[in-house]
Design a protein around this ligand. Structure first.
Ligand code: HEC
Length: 139
């Protein structure tokens, strides 16, 4: 029992440097001011990300807005940041679910996304903002 617990602590500690390296290149302020608004924004012909992804049961699970509020609290934004940070790997498009899931397949995106082709191409300004953040280029 003791030995098992210790092994787990060692395993977690070993996994930490990689996680914090990628979290370090991701900019929280940029996330809050530029990326989060995209999740709430209504695009013509599309449902807002937030409508499907608030408390969703997939890995892109956004916090539920407080009743009547138009934006998340600081604490909620921090949690969103942690959640969404796990969906990107700076400099690695193929591993960044946030970038390829909502992108049209013709543009290199995923063939299947229940939320549809939210971004027709990588030239979409909002997609570019997501990519800028995900690639750690917002600092
Ligand atoms: C109409 C509902 C809907 C909308 C709108 C929507 N999504 Fe999704 N999304 C889903 C569902 C359902 C899944 C999980 C199943 C799948 O693969 O389609 C998903 C999966 C994802 C995933 C992968 C999560 C995982 O578990 O790995 C990402 C990232 C994502 N969506 C991003 C977005 C972004 C960004 C937007 C807005 C620009 C968006 N989605 C809009 C329904 C939606």
């Amino acid at each position: 029992m003791r030995v098992g617990g210790l092994a787990m602590i060692v395993a977690v500690a070993a996994a930490l440097p990689a996680a914090s390296a990628s979290a370090q290149s991701l900019d929280y302020e940029f996330f809050k001011t530029r990326v989060e608004p995209i999740f709430l924004k209504k695009k013509p012909g599309h449902t807002r990300c937030y409508v499907c992804h608030a408390e969703s049961n997939n890995a892109f699970r956004l916090e539920k807005l407080p009743p009547g509020a138009k934006f998340w609290t600081e604490e909620q934004s921090r949690r969103n940041f942690e959640t969404v940070s796990r969906l990107v790997v700076p400099g690695n498009f193929a591993a960044s679910r946030l970038l390829f899931m909502p992108l049209a397949p013709e543009a290199g995106g995923n063939a299947f996304h229940n939320g549809g082709r939210q971004f027709a191409s990588k030239d979409d300004p909002d997609w570019k903002t997501l990519a800028q953040w995900a690639n750690g280029q917002s600092r």
